[in-house]
Design a protein around this ligand. Structure first.
Ligand code: SF4
Length: 325
């Protein structure tokens, strides 16, 4: 997989949600920091894996990149254009360049729509002619391993893996440059997971696609990613080239996740598994210092007071932990 110039540059992203409590009168009782000062770069043609336990903010990060939700702070540049200040018209114009793939594509499919219509819908919304839509569907279905004639069928006539292929075809319809893949194989059997991941890699090679690949499954992420970012409670705690991260993890949380891998059933380590421990998005109170301190076997007094800064462990390998200096 080639790696080119930066396509996405996210800097200081923050997203919070209010917590409401009370029995008779609902009132705001706190704040959830879903994404807290997150920065990363995705180079053109690469796959950046984003892993972490369930609820760590990785899907929120993907939605911020897609501009499906607005950040409270921070910036996202896509191909040098700042997305957070774009007006609606320019945002819609640029939307075709970024697409999202879901864990369960069928939830986004209208069950009464034929597959051809589902795949071509983004083109229809973008104003393409009927002929252009039909031609593109006939091109796309074979590209994802389906027959062009299957355009006439309905989603329920396909297996889970085939439905994910339909989701991929739909994501490709407008020839995007970046695809945010949010747990795209989590609902599939292991053998089908491998087929879909291989298909994503083939399409990347063929069309120079760039992926943000969000998953709790460390084995899948290792297979597809050029670099991996590890998220914990809304913050990135380690980011490194894939071989470096798996071969020489620096952050105690990354090590904990990797230690859990052999203990899990085939299909990968669930970053949200009991072996890795449970995380929940901590409210505003208690976000001083290192957020991993309550679970860290190496915790020091300094860890509870001082947010660890990123330090470079090797070229391109950074981790936020006081153990590094
Ligand atoms: Fe553990 Fe301290 Fe490093 Fe946090 S900063 S991971 S508590 S050693």
């Amino acid at each position: 997989m080639s790696q080119g110039e930066p396509l996405v540059v996210a800097a200081g992203l923050r997203k919070t949600y209010p917590i409401f409590g009370g029995t008779l009168v609902k009132r705001r009782t706190g704040t959830v920091h879903a994404v807290d000062d997150v920065s990363f770069v995705i180079r053109r043609g690469e796959t950046l894996g984003l892993v972490g336990e369930s609820g760590c903010g990785k899907s929120t990060t993907g939605r911020l990149v897609m501009r499906l939700i607005e950040p409270d702070a921070g910036s996202i540049r896509f191909d040098r254009v700042e997305l957070t200040t774009l007006g609606r018209r320019r945002r819609n114009e640029g939307r075709r360049r970024l697409q999202l793939m879901f864990q369960d594509p069928s939830s986004a499919f209208n069950p009464r729509m034929r597959v051809g219509r589902i795949v071509s819908e983004p083109m229809r919304l973008a104003g393409a002619t009927g002929k252009a839509q039909r031609d593109r569907v006939a091109e796309l279905l074979p590209l994802v391993g389906l027959a062009a004639e299957q355009a006439e069928r309905f989603p329920h006539q396909f297996s889970g893996g085939q439905r994910q292929r339909i989701g991929i075809a739909r994501a490709l319809a407008l020839r995007p440059e970046l695809i945010v893949c949010d747990e795209p194989v989590a609902a599939l059997d292991v053998s089908v997971q491998a087929q879909v991941v291989n298909l994503l890699q083939d399409l990347q090679d063929q069309f120079g696609l760039t992926y943000l690949f969000i998953s709790h499954d460390l084995r899948v992420v290792r297979h597809i990613s050029d670099r991996v970012a590890v998220m914990y409670l809304g913050r990135i705690v380690e980011l490194a080239p894939t071989a470096e991260l798996y071969g020489s993890p620096q952050h105690p949380y990354t090590r904990m996740l990797l230690d859990a891998v052999p203990k899990t059933r085939p299909g990968g380590a669930r970053a949200g598994s009991r072996a890795a421990g449970e995380a929940s998005l901590a409210p505003a109170a208690g976000r001083q210092g290192c957020l991993f301190a309550p679970r860290c076997p190496h915790v020091m007094p300094r860890c509870r007071e001082e947010v660890p800064a990123f330090r470079e462990a090797a070229p391109g390998h950074v981790a936020a932990c006081h153990l590094l200096g």
